[in-house]
Design a protein around this ligand. Structure first.
Ligand code: UD1
Ligand code: UDP
Length: 373
């Protein structure tokens, strides 16, 4: 069997690594295609190294661009590789432009697509990710929703065949790396941080960074933080801050350490030891609840509603009063803190990668891995 993985960004590498590993453990060598959507060392190679991934077979070097430029160029380059390589199935993960390009290029060549983390919906079509998820799900032959809730989203859209609830591979990644991170990373010492005495911040999503007023609202929240905080900053955010002339203001916030993006081991250690996390990231909302750290999400909706229902995550948007008010409550109210930190992980047992490999190998053996005519 010849599975191909198409990926291109930081979270895709992290969440596909356990699936790639599961195939390798079963004697199947997957083809690895990196679109190059993320290209800085600290947004890509650091993860391939830390997660000990095999060498990439095809580097497509698509890079940055507008939505159509990036997606279109990735499609053109992916198609060429798939025509040459003819894999049995193409795996994509999540909701980036790389995912949409990989799914469309494959299905149009009649190569079945398997979508890892299928069925997530924010119900906000202004997000590029929401469009990518919906289209990728509808182009896919095999779907791996992480939760029952995600499966129901697919069902509502008429997708019911070859749908397997397997958990989220983010749990596999955390379980495989948290202990190594705790042992190997010296990130707390490097930044002079004490466990449970700082807040971890990340924000990079287009809706929070592409408009000056939203970046200003983010800065106002950070200026009001009552504790030490650390913000490993996505290059998109850094770029926008500079463009809008806001970088100096962000960089001079007292008590806030802004750094370049960190490797996975450093980042996991920072997450695990944080008092709380404030983020607009999808993956970090998931990791927070897995690692028992309260999460305040800097968004007005989430495609991870399971975390909110479980009680580990609160949507605070870019509302200063709400965000800082919640943080103050967490600092004062031990009961509330324990409740949020103790919320049950809804994303499975850390064996999602193995299940995905087993299911796809089974379908392949039975001759069922085909695009329906
Ligand atoms: C993309 C995904 C988003 C995901 C995020 C993970 C889409 C539509 N968005 O957003 O869902 O949460 O990846 O991090 O696919 N840049 C660099 N170096 C890099 C990569 C990007 O400097 O290695 C800068 C460039 O200025 C680029 C900007 O970041 O224009 C945005 O990059 P892009 O890949 O378009 O989207 P992300 O914001 O990373
Ligand atoms: N991450 C990391 N270093 C950082 C920030 C994030 O290793 O400086 C990891 C984090 O642990 C998570 C993933 O990157 O697994 C999340 O990526 P991101 O927030 O960019 O994307 P999203 O999940 O929102 O698509």
């Amino acid at each position: 069997m010849k599975p191909a993985f198409v990926f291109g960004t930081r979270p895709e590498i992290i969440k596909l690594a356990p699936v790639i590993r599961a195939f390798l453990d079963r004697g199947v060598e997957p083809l690895l295609i990196h679109t190059g959507q993320h290209y800085d060392y600290e947004m890509s190679s650091v993860f391939l190294e830390e997660l000990e991934m095999p060498p990439i077979d095809h580097h497509l070097e698509v890079g940055s661009g507008t939505q159509a430029e990036q997606t279109g160029l990735a499609m053109i380059k992916i198609e060429k590789v798939l025509v040459d390589e003819r894999p049995d199935v193409v795996l994509v993960q999540g909701d980036t432009n790389t995912v949409l390009a990989g799914a469309l290029a494959s299905v149009k060549l009649k190569i079945p697509v398997a979508h890892v983390e299928a069925g997530l919906r924010s119900f906000d079509r202004t997000m590029p990710e929401e469009i990518n998820r919906i289209l990728a799900d509808h182009a896919s032959e095999v779907l791996f929703p992480p939760t029952e809730e995600a499966r129901k989203n697919l069902e509502r859209e008429g997708i019911t065949e070859n749908v397997y609830v397997v958990g989220n591979t983010v749990v596999d990644a955390v379980l495989q790396n948290a202990e190594v991170a705790e042992r190997k990373s010296d990130v707390l010492e490097r930044f002079g941080l004490k466990p449970k005495e700082y807040v971890l911040i990340t924000a990079h999503r287009a809706e929070n960074t592409d408009r000056r007023e939203n970046l200003e609202r983010l800065i106002e929240i950070l200026e009001g933080l009552p504790t030490r905080a650390v913000y490993p900053m996505h290059p998109r955010t850094r770029g926008r801050l500079e463009e809008f002339g806001l970088w100096e203001r962000m960089a001079s916030i007292e008590n806030l350490t802004v750094t370049k993006p960190l490797g996975y081991l450093d980042f996991l250690k920072l997450e695990k030891n944080a008092f709380a996390i404030m983020t607009d990231s999808g993956g970090i909302q998931e990791e927070a609840i897995i690692l028992n750290v309260p999460c305040l999400t800097l968004r007005y909706n989430t495609e991870r509603p399971e975390t909110v229902k479980a009680g580990g995550n609160v949507l605070v948007g870019l509302e200063k009063e709400r965000a800082l008010g919640y943080l103050q409550r967490l600092l004062k109210d031990g009961e509330l803190y324990r409740k949020m930190a103790g919320a049950a992980n809804p994303f499975g047992d850390g064996k999602a990668g193995e299940r995905i490999a087993e299911i796809l190998m089974g379908l392949y053996k039975e001759g069922k891995l085909k695009v329906k005519s």
